[in-house]
Design a protein around this ligand. Structure first.
Ligand code: UN1
Length: 512
């Protein structure tokens, strides 16, 4: 049975200008939800509503806001299976991973419910007597949050939970193709008792969202933009916010490298590459892009990796599979374009490529009408190749060889992204050299490029972002602004830098 959903602004259903059908990518004939899409004005109006609501929400003591976050965590936990099943149905994420995704929301709530009793400011000594200095974290106001649908509930919670805890209101624009999952999460948040207008959800197309955001920034109703998506759109959002002297928290693409040293445990590396590259059908921003393997173990690695990929289960995401279908038609089309980047000097070591169909099956699996694709490993990629340089969201991994650590690092950094990375080695010196030299915001040692824990700083450099970090205590700097206060109780005007006591040292003193 398909759902009908629309945007919710100030606690009320908002007008839709058009309808979008969110489908089940494992059975494309099935409509999961009919989604009413709003126009730019509705987006801007939601930001005005949020601005109004934020004034009162900021007055709620932070520990009480923390209790609301605690309730959100409990509600999500109590609805784990339903929410995970919906995620599987709507974007084809294998159920075990969908459960993990829901767990990530609970973890985020667990972390931030306590932050309600901290949100520490500082007391700082003054350079003058009878004067006290303090710092306070103030909420920023309204955050407009635009999220992708590959993590339709966990990644949004990384923005929503800390933003709300810090006393901000939020206008959230989820991906249309994951709208039902987003709508369910929205309802769990509001069931925790958030006042109307503090959290609003607006379903809208990209162009309407952009012009709605432009209008809202012009009206002064948005003080922070959170965006998870492509580097191309991230650049535009960065430009737009910059023009309005606002900053964006950008979590963009990745071309995440995995370096395999000659001393690595090769079987462990194969297992890591398999999950990094083809778990979630390669559709994480942290998915593996290129394996950079030492020439002495290159052949052995490629042979074992191809074998592991061949044995992996692709299929119904409700079953125990490594990967299900691609997220949506748009992603399938884009992925087919990436396959055209395979060049004559490349060697596909995994057999068939393209969509899994009756004429192009994977063993006994013909894919039905699902958006299933063969996992592909391409050996021999090199600098300059599009496959080597650009993000290829989907189940395709490149392999290249190196001889020295310096060369491995140069290859790993060359594409200019900098989100996640991984090294397989048994030598601590290699691990630390790699950490120092890699441009990525996140480094794994003997582990997958994906699967960051919810309380470490998450974010990238270069084409992967603008240096912003989500998660843990680090994200507090995105959703609060520091305010410095000084209080002089001396009863006279003491001038900073001028009325300061001076203790005169004897700088000519030397030990005999
Ligand atoms: C994303 O794909 O946008 O680290 C986020 C990971 C997950 C989050 C991925 N915890 O792979």
């Amino acid at each position: 049975m398909s759902r009908q959903i629309v945007s919710i602004v100030g606690g009320k259903d908002a007008q839709a200008a058009s309808t979008y059908e969110s489908i089940n990518p494992a059975r494309t004939g099935e409509v999961v939800a009919r989604v009413g899409l709003a126009d730019a004005e509705t987006f801007a109006a939601a930001c005005r509503t949020a601005k109004e609501a934020q004034r009162e929400w900021a007055k709620v003591p932070a520990p009480v806001r923390g209790r609301v976050i605690a309730s959100i965590g409990r509600l999500v936990e109590a609805n784990t299976e339903r929410l995970a099943r919906l995620v599987t149905e709507e974007i084809g994420k294998p159920y075990a991973e969908a459960l993990g995704e829901v767990r990530e929301i609970v973890d985020t709530c667990d972390f931030f419910l306590g932050e309600g009793r901290r949100l520490y400011g500082q007391t700082v000594p003054s350079e003058m007597p009878d004067k006290n200095l303090f710092t306070f974290r103030n909420p920023i106001g309204v955050a407009a949050v635009v999220t992708a649908g590959n993590f339709p509930v966990a990644v949004p919670s990384w923005y929503l939970v800390p933003a709300l805890l810090c006393g901000n209101a939020v206008v959230w624009k989820p991906a249309e193709y994951a709208a039902a999952s987003a709508h369910a999460l929205f309802r769990l948040f509001t069931a925790a008792g958030l006042p109307d207008g503090v959290l609003n959800v607006v379903f809208a197309g990209g162009a309407d969202t952009f012009s709605g955001l432009e209008r809202a920034l012009g009206e002064g109703t948005v003080q922070k933009v959170g965006f998870t998506g492509s580097s191309e759109v991230g650049r535009k959002i960065g430009e737009l916010t910059g023009r309005h002297l606002q900053s964006a928290c950008l979590e963009l693409g990745g071309k995440n490298p995995m370096v395999i040293m000659p001393d690595a445990d090769l079987d462990l590396a194969v297992e890591g590459a398999l999950f990094s590259g083809f778990g979630t059908a390669g559709q994480r921003c942290t998915s593996l892009g290129t394996v950079i393997v030492h020439e002495s173990v290159h052949e052995a690695f490629v042979e074992r990796f191809a074998r592991a990929v061949g044995a992996a289960r692709i299929g119904d995401p409700g079953q125990d599979v490594l990967a299900g279908p691609l997220l949506d038609h748009k992603f399938a089309e884009r992925y087919e374009e990436y396959l055209t980047w395979i060049e004559p000097h490349h060697r596909v070591v995994t057999g068939a490529t393209g969509r899994i169909t009756k004429d192009n099956p994977r063993g006994g699996f013909d894919g039905g009408d699902g958006l299933y694709y063969h996992p592909v490993v391409v050996d021999g990629v090199r600098p300059g190749d599009r496959l080597f340089m650009e993000e290829t969201f989907g189940p395709i991994v490149g392999v290249t060889a190196f001889s020295t650590m310096r060369e491995a690092l140069d290859l790993a950094n060359l594409p200019g992204y900098g989100l996640s990375s991984s090294i397989y080695t048994t030598n601590p010196q290699h691990a630390f050299r790699f950490r120092e030299g890699i441009s990525a915001g996140m480094v794994s040692v003997n582990n997958s490029t994906s699967g960051a824990e919810a309380h470490l700083p998450f974010g990238g450099n270069g084409k992967s972002g603008n240096g912003s970090r989500q998660s843990g205590m680090w994200v507090l700097d995105q959703f609060t602004r520091w305010q410095a206060m000084n209080w002089d109780h001396s009863g006279r005007l003491q001038k900073a830098q001028m009325d300061v006591a001076d203790i005169v040292p004897d700088l000519d003193f030397r030990l005999a």
